[in-house]
Design a protein around this ligand. Structure first.
Ligand code: 3HC
Ligand code: NAI
Length: 698
């Protein structure tokens, strides 16, 4: 049973009960419809209240059922809503906490709706690449008004119940109930029990004074803002149908739009990302019930680029931070940068002055390790040198209280080695933030061999609290994201050797949807960083082949935007990347020196070589257990590396192309003159999946 039925006086109460959020899966729909039938059949019942158990009225259709026969099994959502709407006794929705998607559509099928204050009301289907498919686009404009309904449907953003109740002329909520919602709803149901006719939202009119001009304006706005995403415009057309068509015709138009969107790769990718984000928060051998350590105070070592951004995350979440540095000037510089960042937000109206002051009041600084004695979590973000890390962790070991979590933000060093500098390796973990750390969503949580389970559980939870997408990685050079990007960068270099220009590669990759191509990215981050890494690699891994073009570039002093020149030329004060004749000449000389016959390379080949390089390395990471699941890799790339969201991440993209086709392409690429025979060797996992006809998602 996933909806409960009880009778209180003359009122039947149907309580949706399908944890965690009362998704309207088959069993819940069936039980709810049966509840209405029972109420119809019971002469003692005069009205019905529908509500939800636990932490939601309903989060909507059960998205776990999408694509399965259960999703449409009768009673499907439309049939359930029809049963409710056609009930001969008044049905009152008692809405609380979360009322979204199909949940709101069900409520709109009821004759009356009462709500608790603060309930989050939304039609978020657009975020899954869909439109509300059970009458939401037809009923919400009728109940709330065309303009506010369009905003909600196209944005998918939740709005508080009491704000909606204040919209002039609205008929969405008849009452906001302060205090006990169920008692209030039952009282309301008793009040309206004998009223006839029963009001139905479908019988209202969706009106706008000047619909043609309004929808044309909205079309231009929405079209401009939602490139690559088909759903927002289809949402808009469905809402337009609520004004231009009769209710049943509008429902038909909505249905067609919903079915068409469900099949789009964009919706599949968005739904994949939704589940991938939730899956990433789970660790195979660390159950949800693992106790967590309490994090009340945070220490940050180093007030540089990363230390400042990391501190802001905790200040934003209301957690006090103490930053430690070796010199007062460094502290002053770090605090000034934090202030500058906040002040820019205040100026743009994104942060209120009093909030800014509250956050700054939570920040303290110190030159003395003793001040970190009461910190529950200490994150180190000092220079990337193992000797410096050793000194820091030895001092932390001496002062940190028992049970404090000691984290390193290292991007390349061995977290196990760092843990070994302490007598408490079980408390040491990697927290790899991405720059700018106060903005980027990704947090790689690096699990050392000794890291305790409660440390992992705590760090994953704190990651959510500071609004990051935390993904677990094992210890290896580069962790998940940077180890993969190295193969991508190597391919980008080989493409230059074979005849591409930096701008051709960047354009192809940006057309595919990456925020920035590899060469523009190199110029932004500084080409000298990659140069330093390659110099180390030449010693550590002499067999690994790289294009030397990037070394030639750095030898010219062209480090990127910071030196005014890199793969592109730059005009002082501007960031526009201008194709460079110097680079063209350098590349021509380089190609002549290595004796490669250049050729025309298609944009498709460029994209596939770069993306499949990521995919093959990720397959190695999965096999080695560094990444837990393919969808975790997708989250890393969606939230940390600008991979296009509508493609769902590299692994989802590879599944869409088909792994057989991926491996076929890799075999073709292996014939390139520049390949050393090893690069395109399919990872054993990839080869196995192809042999078994499976995908990463399997
Ligand atoms: N169906 C099934 N499971 C759902 C769900 C849904 N609609 N919404 C959330 N869940 C699950 C999550 O997968 C997660 O499960 P897990 O613990 O096993 O990983 C659990 O609920 C908790 O989710 P969150 O971690 O996101 O919890 P929060 O408390 O932060 O947020 C929420 C709750 C606001 C409901 C948020 O989960 C959310 O936005 N969900 C999506 C709602 C949505 O998109 N609804 C529309 C569905 S499509 C639809 O209704 C089609 C219709 O128009 C025909
Ligand atoms: P940075 O050079 O901007 O800042 C380092 C700060 O540490 C400086 O302010 C310095 O004074 C301070 N410091 C050095 N030794 C110290 C010590 N013994 N005690 C206290 N403070 C000390 O460096 P950045 O970029 O912030 O990097 C810090 C760490 O974060 C490194 O491990 C780096 O690999 C990692 N990282 C950097 C990223 C980036 O994009 N910059 C991204 C992800 C991780």
């Amino acid at each position: 049973m996933s909806a409960n039925y009880e009778v209180r006086g003359a009122i039947a109460v149907i309580t949706l009960d399908n944890p965690p959020v009362n998704g309207l899966g088959f069993a819940t729909r069936k039980a709810a419809a049966e509840g209405i039938e029972r109420a119809e059949a019971d002469p003692a019942v005069k009205a019905v209240v529908i509500t939800g158990a636990g932490k939601a009225f309903s989060g909507g259709a059960d998205i776990r059922e999408f694509g399965s026969p259960k999703a449409m099994a009768e009673p499907n959502l439309l049939s359930l809503i029809a049963v409710v709407e056609n009930c001969s006794k008044p049905v009152v929705a008692a809405v609380h906490t979360v009322c979204m998607g199909g949940g709101l559509e069900l409520a709109l099928g009821c004759h009356y709706r009462v709500a608790a204050p603060g309930a989050k009301i939304a039609l978020p289907e657009v975020k899954l690449g869909l439109l509300p498919g059970a009458g939401g686009t037809q009923r919400l404009p009728r109940a709330l008004g065309v303009e506010p309904a369009l905003n909600m449907i196209v944005s998918g953003e939740p709005v508080n119940s009491e704000m909606l109740a204040q919209v002039p002329g609205q008929q969405l909520f008849q009452k906001i109930v302060e205090g006990d919602l169920l008692e209030g709803a039952i009282a309301y149901a008793n009040e309206v029990a004998d009223k006839r006719p029963l009001p139905k939202v479908r019988e209202l009119k969706a009106r706008h004074a000047n619909p043609e001009a309004f929808f044309q304006f909205a079309r231009n706005m929405v079209g401009g803002m939602s490139r690559n995403f088909p759903a927002p415009l289809r949402c808009l057309e469905a809402v337009a149908a609520s004004v231009n068509m009769k209710f049943d015709e509008g429902m038909k138009a909505e249905r067609e739009g919903f079915a068409a969107l469900m099949m789009t790769p964009e919706s599949k990718a968005l739904r994949h990302a939704f589940f991938a984000e939730r899956a990433a928060s789970k660790i195979g051998d660390v159950p949800d019930s693992t106790p967590q350590r309490e994090i009340r105070r945070v220490g940050v070592i180093g007030a540089g680029t990363m230390g400042g951004g990391i501190s802001m995350n905790f200040l934003n979440a209301g957690i006090p931070v103490t930053i430690l540095e070796t010199k007062q000037e460094a502290l002053d510089r770090g605090v000034a940068t934090i202030k500058k960042n906040y002040e820019a937000q205040v100026k743009k109206g994104k942060l209120k002055e009093d909030k800014y002051q509250q956050r700054m009041a939570l920040l303290s600084t110190t030159l003395d390790y003793a001040a970190l004695g009461d910190a529950d979590l200490i994150i180190e973000a000092v220079f990337e040198e193992i000797g410096v890390k050793e000194a820091v962790f030895k001092q932390l070991d001496a002062v940190a209280k028992p049970g404090a979590i000691l984290a390193s933000n290292t991007s390349t060093l061995d977290v196990d080695k760092i843990a070994s500098f302490t007598k408490r390796p079980q408390d040491v973990v990697g927290m790899h933030f991405f720059s700018p750390a106060n903005v980027m969503k990704l947090l790689e949580v690096v699990r050392g061999k000794a890291t305790a389970k409660d440390v992992l559980a705590t760090v994953m939870a704190i990651g959510k609290k500071i609004k990051k997408t935390a993904v677990v990685s094992g210890v290896c050079d580069g962790f998940i994201g940077n180890r993969m990007i190295e193969q991508y960068s190597r391919q980008a270099g080989f493409l230059l050797d074979e005849g591409c220009s930096p701008q051709q590669v960047d354009k192809a990759v940006e057309k595919f949807g990456f925020a920035m191509g590899p060469f523009r990215m190199g110029d932004l981050a500084g080409n000298d960083i990659g140069w330093a890494i390659r110099k180390r690699r030449y010693v550590e891994k002499p067999g690994m082949k790289y294009s030397a073009s990037a070394d030639r570039l750095c030898e010219l002093g062209r480090y990127g935007q910071k030196t005014g020149a890199g793969w592109y030329d730059y005009v002082p004060g501007k960031r526009d990347a201008i194709p460079s004749p110097v680079v063209e000449e350098m590349l021509a000389k380089h190609r002549a020196a290595i004796g490669i016959q250049t050729r025309q390379i298609s944009d498709e080949e460029i994209v596939q070589r770069l993306v499949f390089a990521l995919v093959n390395e990720a397959a190695h990471l999965l096999e080695e257990g560094i990444a837990q699941r393919a969808s975790d890799v997708d989250m890393v790339y969606l939230t940390g590396y600008g991979f296009p969201l509508w493609r769902g991440g590299p692994m989802c993209y590879a599944d869409t192309v088909g792994l057989f086709n991926v491996v076929q392409a890799m075999k073709r690429f292996a014939k390139n003159p520049n390949d050393d025979g090893s690069f395109w060797q399919p990872a054993p996992l990839l080869a196995r999946l192809v042999a078994e006809g499976k995908s990463f998602n399997d």
